[in-house]
Design a protein around this ligand. Structure first.
Ligand code: NAG
Ligand code: NAG
Ligand code: NAG
Length: 698
């Protein structure tokens, strides 16, 4: 290590330490993506097979972007004039005209691109961004040269070792990030990993190499499978990343500023800066300019609290201007804006990281909760049926196929957050202990969703309603044990569904007794676990009992009312609604606060079959309406995919399901924004259909 490296290692690695401003400038290395974005204004997206004209003839501007390039340019602009730092970008350029323009952009910004790669046979990375009149932004990304990295990093390894800091994002292959992070880490160079970019999980190996991992709220929620709506939830989720090996977790919270959970358990927050001009024009590049500014301030040795304010100012400037690279801030304006950020919401002194105990997670030094807190909307997290992972096992590279392997296989489903387990079905083998399950779930980057009761066949003549007191007792005890398992695994609830609580023949059952037993059993389970949400999943008919004791939303609502327990609610299953002749949205609306969970799927509703088909595959409008009513009733409960892939690759099928769920969720939000709530008040069917037509939703 030469003198400079030693100096940098000392000044930069110790968090919060003041670096002596070196005469030699510190080098920020950004390894990442570069794109040419083409921004296209359209009235609406074309439908498949359709050709449309743009909204205005003079659109289609090419604007440089890509998270790597954005962070490089932002850093360069913030370093400019200080002589304290310089910036080197390592990316891969294509062999087209875009590449020439992109190169020139970086050179003009004084970014060193000397060790970037060049691929004459590849297109440049590109983003085709469609701006719809209603404000929705959709894009198509062309990987091109951004995904054409050499097998090793020999060409720039030495540059990493002598860097002051390495900035990574997630728009290039993960293996490159890993190699770069490992090289930097080995040389004591701090690594910043922005979670923005591709929606992929992050390995514990990577987390261990990274000094700062920086997700935004939805990314934090996705990575951990935990809610990240309130600050307490953000801290708990950040702490989970630390349990997986992360060190400092820097979370951007949009309009609410940022929160940093440090290695030593300190918590720092900053509010966001006032947006210059008072209006958010375009959020593109805001996260990148935030992270670049944080890194610049960090290597200048500024206290962490100041790093965060500088970063917040940088992000605010970026949203006040349109485009990625063109919106990135300059040093001077950033320094000016920083002065306006109030210091009040900051907790912990400049060097306070070490002074803050970890107990702050539950402590009363509550974080400042500014007015914007309620604006963070519920972001649904999804589970998927674990038994679906048994299907098409030849497509799974794992060896055996046990419960723990299915969990690992679920970990490969992009966008999945939660695992639901069946009790006692999934716990029948001695290997499947609660510890082993928790370990497998965490290793898969997931969390436990709910525990579903599956009564064994000894309860053939009834579980919670069995005529024999002793057998019924066993069933209730088993359900209470299921609740204990749910609590042990940190699940969000226990789902009671019983194939056997019903009858096949007339003159077979005393309905009043069966009902009263169901009410009593639910009360007992709820009272045994007062902190656990217990969800009764109704189903009208099953191959095991032609009629169920609780077969409709109405009956389930009555059950909740009669049991009179605040921790008892209902699980709706879309397929069960269809069998019952119910419209799921109406059932959800009827149940309101009693709706604790939703099983998402679809079916043809013929012959009473429970098809367990992909969500929205048969009833698109119905699915959107369900999501709409979940939003209208402020639903924040459990959402699980309850589908039965048989021929399909279950991982691909689950990913498709999750994508559809989000599409319907977003569609519902667009309809709300466009005024559907008012049309409902007028029972205006045609008005609603025309609204959907206008939005291109039908
Ligand atoms: C987080 O960033 C991603 C892009 O990296 C973006 O799609 C998402 O909307 C952001 N989430 C929030 C809550 O801002
Ligand atoms: C916030 O604190 C910093 C020093 O930590 C100070 O320079 C700055 O002026 C303060 N800002 C405001 C708005 O009080
Ligand atoms: C849902 O939340 C909004 C905003 O907090 C509130 O105005 C509305 O009354 C709530 N709706 C229900 C059904 O609770």
């Amino acid at each position: 290590m030469d003198l400079l490296q030693m100096l940098l290692a000392c000044t930069c690695f110790i968090i919060g330490a003041h670096a002596e401003v070196s005469e030699l400038s510190a080098r920020i290395v950004v390894v990442g993506s570069i794109n040419m974005d083409t921004i296209i204004d359209v009235e609406r997206l074309p439908r498949s097979g359709e050709t449309i004209m743009t909204r205005i003839p003079d659109t289609g501007k090419c604007i440089p972007g890509g998270k790597g390039a954005n962070q490089a340019v932002a850093s360069a602009r913030l370093c400019a004039g200080t002589a304290r730092c310089s910036v080197q970008f390592v990316g891969q350029f294509g062999g087209d005209g875009h590449a020439t323009a992109l190169r020139q952009t970086l050179i003009d910004e004084k970014v060193d691109i000397s060790v970037s790669g060049q691929h004459n046979d590849k297109t440049s990375g590109q983003g085709l961004v469609f701006l719809e009149e209603a404000g929705t932004v959709s894009s198509v990304v062309i990987g091109g040269s951004n995904v054409a990295w050499p097998d090793n990093i020999d060409l720039f390894r030495d540059h990493l070792k002598s860097a002051a800091v390495l900035l990574l994002q997630r728009e290039i292959p993960e293996r490159v990030n890993l190699l770069a992070a490992a090289a930097a880490h080995a040389a004591n160079v701090p690594v910043f990993q922005d979670i923005g970019g591709e929606d992929r999980s992050i390995s514990d190996e990577m987390l261990a190499l990274v000094t700062f991992v920086s997700p935004n709220l939805s990314e934090l929620q996705r990575l951990t499978g935990l809610p990240a709506d309130t600050d307490a939830e953000v801290l708990a989720a950040a702490a989970m990343l630390q349990r997986r090996g992360a060190r400092n977790v820097l979370v951007t919270r949009g309009e609410r500023g940022a929160l940093l959970l440090t290695d030593s358990g300190g918590v720092l927050t900053t509010s966001s800066a006032a947006v210059p001009g008072g209006r958010i024009l375009d959020e593109t590049g805001a996260g990148d300019s935030f992270r670049a500014a944080f890194a610049v301030a960090f290597i200048e040795g500024r206290p962490l609290a100041e790093c965060m304010r500088f970063a917040a100012a940088s992000g605010a400037i970026a949203v006040s201007r349109v485009g990625a690279v063109p919106s990135l801030p300059f040093r001077e304006e950033c320094e000016q804006l920083v002065k306006t950020i109030s210091n009040e919401s900051e907790r912990g002194a400049c060097h306070g990281a070490d002074e803050e105990p970890h107990g702050v997670l539950s402590g009363d030094k509550g974080l400042q909760q500014d007015g914007g807190l309620d604006e963070i909307k519920f972001v649904p997290r999804f589970s998927s049926r674990l038994n679906a992972m048994k299907a098409r096992s030849e497509l799974w590279e794992g060896q055996s196929m046990s419960v723990l392997d299915w969990i690992a296989r679920q970990g490969t489903i992009r966008g999945l957050s939660l695992v639901d387990l069946n009790f006692p079905e999934h716990f029948n083998s001695p290997q499947v202990t609660p510890e082993a399950v928790l370990h497998a779930v965490e290793a898969a980057g997931l969390a436990v969703g709910v525990i579903n009761m599956r009564y064994p066949s000894q309860f053939r003549r009834g579980a919670l309603t069995h005529p024999d007191d002793a057998v019924r007792r066993q069933a209730v005890d088993l359900t209470v044990a299921g609740g204990a398992m749910a609590e042990r695994l940190g699940a969000r609830g226990l789902v009671i569904w019983s194939a056997y609580d019903g009858y096949d023949y007339h003159m077979q059952m005393d309905y009043r007794k069966a009902w009263a037993r169901t009410v009593l059993a639910c009360q007992e389970v709820c009272d045994a676990h007062p902190d656990l949400k217990v969800m009764y999943e109704y189903k009208p008919t099953d191959e095991n009992s032609r009629f169920s004791v609780v077969g409709s939303a109405g009956a389930a609502a009555l059950l909740v009312r009669e049991a009179a327990r605040t921790n008892l609610g209902v699980m709706i299953d879309v397929g069960h609604c269809l069998m019952a002749g119910e419209n799921p949205a109406q059932s959800a609306a009827l149940l309101g606060d009693s709706l604790f969970g939703v099983h998402l799927n679809d079916g043809h509703s013929r012959l009473g079959a429970e098809d367990g088909l992909i969500l929205g595959s048969v009833h698109g409008q119905m699915t959107t309406e369900l999501m709409y009513w979940l939003q209208l009733t402020n639903f924040t409960g459990h959402m699980g995919m309850d589908t039965f892939p048989q021929e399909e690759d279950p991982v691909r099928e689950a990913e498709f399901n999750l994508r559809r769920a989000r599409v319907h969720w977003d569609r519902a939000r667009r309809l709300r924004n466009a005024g559907l709530d008012e049309l409902l008040t007028a029972h205006d069917a045609l008005g609603a259909l025309e609204l959907m037509e206008d939005l291109g939703e039908i």
